[in-house]
Design a binder for this molecule. Structure first.
Ligand SMILES: *[C@@H]1O[C@H](CO)[C@@H](O)[C@H](O)[C@H]1NC(C)=O
Ligand SMILES: *[C@@H]1O[C@H](CO)[C@@H](O)[C@H](O)[C@H]1NC(C)=O
Ligand SMILES: *[C@@H]1O[C@H](CO)[C@@H](O)[C@H](O)[C@H]1NC(C)=O
Length: 819
């Protein structure tokens, strides 16, 4: 049991799949109605009869598809599902003599495609009276003809069929004839006059009779004809046709004048009595327009267009009459054979246009119906579409095809398809026709905006004008209309704690990024901002990109001199031993520039000096050195005005003054007082004020100075040195030591920084040696072994640390004052 379960389940599954995959044709419905119903009469309710829900008819695009020609005869009410008469239905016009008269419709429903046959059987109504071919029937009868002789009469014709067709004949009462009713091989009834009493031409030359044909309908209808019987002299033989029935087949579209068949009858009589002429007896109106018969030869000739689709058989009755009027009849049945003369016709039943690009493969796009009026193989049609499109035709029921997608569509690649459907029949030669369906693909928001570049770099010179444009970003979205309309915005973020929106703004439409305010390179050198491009679809798609903004430096900061402190508020003086040789380091100007690169590359120059030849300054180091040995004749007080200039465009500069004292002896310091104030002493008042302030603060500072002097005498000037020289780190601009980014200019900046601090270190080291009391007699300091590795830095030494000396000067200066 268990082992058998799986295959059974699988086969059930495949059966289920099979049922689902086939379009359903659940049931057919058939109605039978009398002809000539009034327009608007309800025949029946299709929905109820097929068990369908009429409410769904509209949404499923229900429609009746009629296989016939111009008229539809019936309509379907989409709301109620009623089948309603739309045109006059004349059974005789529709079906002629056919017993079964059926109108066939297809009820087509979509979603899913469903097909039902609706057939309408048209019942005959007795609305036609029997009619005789001619107004009168002329019969010529030999006198002395025997009793019992039979004379066939023209058949009356009733367009109705069955019971409503001609059923019987009656003959007006007379002396000579009685009527016998006979039945044809094809079921038609005709009368025969039977001679009951011999005619005597001399007695009565002509007999007139009234023949009435009666049909079997209710109420009955009838038609009459007058029979003129002419009594003739003897004529013994009637014409005899070679065949009772001539059966021929004729291809449709046979040319005019073609001979279809030749009937022939022979009459044994001689002369005029034996000469047979031929004429149509009873022939349908249609056939009369298409054929004629040659009186003499009996040829049946084509005189009109022969269309198989119009009529497939014709029946002609031909009388052969001899000169005396004796006649017999034959039947010609012409079967028209089909010729492949109708190309298939393609009907586009439904088209879902446009189709969204998101449609899954296999989505039904349209329904196509192909018809060919020919029959047999000429009617069999193959349908195809061109190869290079993502669509295919799936044959459905009865020449219906579904047009479905075979792949995913992409409007951005192909937005429109021209699908050519070709239908070819199997005739020989085959006929084909084609129809082009224009199908557009509608947009779905499936493409996010894409930026031109993966990331953007912009550079802004500092101090820029607010509102100036920084950079333009651009993103392209391939979608259509609003799905492809791109809006730009900045992603909120912070730059050093400040919202980025206070620096930059973006034009949502154009992508132009503007500066909101001016930026300061010294504050920060670069920052990043994210730009989002969003389309207008729903839901919208977006992408983002990084814009790195680097700020370029401008020379907007003058050099800042850290040492010596700016002129005016310091009287620091460097002491230079008289024994200093040429090239001795005397002092050093320390300056920084908040800018960077060339803008911060400082150069030092002596612009004014007491003795121009005595000192030089390192162009980039700021180190002041003696240019020659100091001689006794040199002025003791030396002032140098030094300009510090950066390398910007235009350069900015600052100046400072360095006071130098050429002396070995601290005792010479008193003169310093004069020197310090040398430039101010012209103003006596200033001097006096300073003096007063000095005196008044004297007592307050006395105790502190005493302690200081004690330090001095113990030769422990280190503390003083520290307080005097160590440049507080607060002196440096906050980002002075910050080294960020890379670039050739920056390295020079680094170098600059290094030099400055390096020099300071060397000074400091030298001071230690000095403190240890190892200063040799030539006053050239010796490196301690531990510092020899730093000789390259230390070789700047060669003079007594001027700052230390400066401290001593202070000590002594205040000592003196104290005294
Ligand atoms: C489809 O046919 C139309 C009209 O014939 C033409 O204008 C259009 O360019 C065609 N489109 C394609 C994709 O071939
Ligand atoms: C945009 O895309 C949506 C689906 O994402 C679609 O419904 C809409 O029709 C599209 N708009 C246009 C203008 O094509
Ligand atoms: C930016 O784009 C990346 C991928 O490109 C994505 O992962 C990220 O979520 C996006 N950020 C925002 C805020 O949209």
């Amino acid at each position: 049991m268990r082992s058998g379960g799986l295959p059974i389940f699988a086969s059930m599954l495949s059966l289920l799949f099979f049922i689902l995959a086939l379009p359903t044709s659940l049931g057919d419905v058939s109605y039978s109605i009398p002809e000539e119903m009034k327009r608007g009469s309800v025949i029946g309710n299709i929905a109820t009869d097929l068990g369908l829900d009429a409410k769904l008819f509209s949404s499923r695009k229900a429609r009746l598809h009629f296989e016939g020609k111009n008229k539809r005869y019936c309509e379907m009410n989409l709301n109620s599902g009623d089948l309603v008469v739309a045109d006059r239905i004349d059974r005789e016009e529709l079906c002629g003599e056919k017993i079964l008269c059926v109108l066939k419709y297809d009820l087509v429903l979509e979603n899913p495609l469903e097909l039902h046959r609706v057939s309408l059987q048209i019942q005959d109504v007795n609305d036609n009276s029997p009619i005789f071919q001619n107004d009168e029937i002329k019969i010529e009868i030999q006198e002395l003809t025997d009793k019992g002789a039979r004379f066939p009469l023209d058949e009356a014709h009733d367009a109705d069929i069955g019971q409503n067709a001609v059923q019987s004949y009656t003959l007006e009462n007379n002396d000579h004839f009685v009527l016998a009713v006979q039945t044809n091989t094809d079921g038609g009834k005709y009368g025969e006059l039977i001679l009951e009493k011999e005619l005597d031409r001399e007695e009565q030359q002509e007999v007139t009779l009234l023949l009435t044909a009666i049909d079997g309908g209710t109420p009955q209808r009838s038609g009459t004809v007058v029979i003129h019987v002419t009594v003739l002299d003897a004529n013994d033989n009637i014409p005899v046709f070679s065949q009772d029935v001539y059966k021929v087949s004729l291809p449709e579209n046979s040319p005019l004048g073609a001979v279809v068949v030749t009937v022939s009858a022979t009459d044994a009589d001689e002369g005029a009595n034996g000469e047979v002429t031929y004429a149509f007896s009873r022939v349908a109106e249609k056939a009369k327009k298409i054929f004629k018969t040659d009186h003499k030869t009996g040829e049946v000739i084509v005189t009109g267009p022969i269309d198989f689709e119009e009529e497939s058989t014709y029946e002609l009755r031909i009388d052969g009459k001899d000169g005396a009027g004796l006649a017999s009849q034959t039947k010609v049945i012409i079967e028209i054979t089909d010729v492949n003369d109708n190309a298939p016709v393609i009907f586009l039943q439904t088209l879902n246009n446009p189709i969204p690009e998101s449609a899954l493969p296999g989505t039904e796009v349209g329904i196509i119906n192909v018809q060919d009026k020919d029959s047999g193989v000429n009617r069999q049609v193959r349908c195809s579409i061109q190869q290079n499109v993502p669509f295919k035709l799936i044959p459905s029921i009865k020449n219906y095809y579904s047009l479905v997608t075979t792949a995913e569509l992409d409007r951005e690649l192909v937005s429109e398809y021209n699908i050519t459907i070709t239908a070819t029949d199997e005739g020989s030669p085959p006929l084909s026709s084609s129809k082009t369906v224009q199908l557009s693909v509608s947009d779905v928001n499936d493409n996010p905006p894409v930026f031109d570049e993966q990331s953007y770099r912009a550079s802004v010179a500092e101090n820029n004008k607010p509102g100036s444009s920084v950079i333009t970003v651009k993103a392209i979205d391939l979608d259509w209309r609003q799905n492809g309309t791109v809006f730009y915005s900045l992603l909120p973020s912070e730059v050093s704690g400040v919202p980025v929106s206070s620096f930059l703004s973006i034009n949502g439409d154009t992508g132009v990024i503007h500066a909101v305010r001016s930026v300061d390179y010294e504050q920060f050198r670069s920052f990043k901002v994210h730009v989002v491009a969003r389309d207008n679809g729903s839901p919208p798609l977006s992408s983002n990109v990084t814009v790195s903004v680097s700020i370029t430096d401008e020379n907007d900061n003058s050099p800042q001199i850290l040492y010596p402190a700016p002129a005016g508020n310091s009287f620091m003086t460097e002491m230079v031993p008289k024994a200093a040789h040429a090239g001795s380091l005397v002092s050093k100007v320390i300056a920084v520039d908040a800018d960077s690169g060339q803008n911060a590359w400082l150069s030092y120059q002596i612009v004014k000096s007491t003795d121009p030849g005595l000192f030089t300054i390192g162009l980039h180091s700021g180190e002041i050195r003696t240019q020659r040995d100091i001689s006794e004749s040199d002025t003791m007080k030396q002032n140098l005005v030094i300009s510090v200039k950066d390398n910007g465009q235009p350069p900015l500069s600052a100046t400072c003054t360095v006071y130098l004292l050429l002396s070995d002896n601290l005792a010479e310091v008193p003169e310093l007082k004069d020197m310090s104030f040398e430039e101010n002493n012209s103003k006596l008042t200033s001097y006096l004020i300073i003096a007063l302030v000095s005196v008044s603060t004297f007592f307050l500072t006395f105790i502190i100075l005493t302690v200081a002097v004690t330090f001095c005498r113990r030769k422990k000037p280190r503390l003083l040195f520290d307080s005097a020289v160590a440049i507080p780190s607060a002196y440096f601009p906050p980002n002075y030591a910050e080294v960020e980014g890379a670039g050739t200019l920056r390295s020079s900046y680094n170098y600059d920084t290094y030099l400055t601090t390096g020099s300071r270190t060397s000074d400091f080291r030298f001071a230690r040696s000095y403190n240890d009391g190892t200063l040799p007699a030539d006053q050239t300091p010796k490196m301690s072994p531990t510092e020899s590795s730093d000789q390259d830095v230390g070789n700047k030494s060669g003079s007594i640390n001027s700052t230390l000396v400066n401290s001593f000067i202070f000590c002594q200066f205040f000592q003196k004052r104290n005294v």
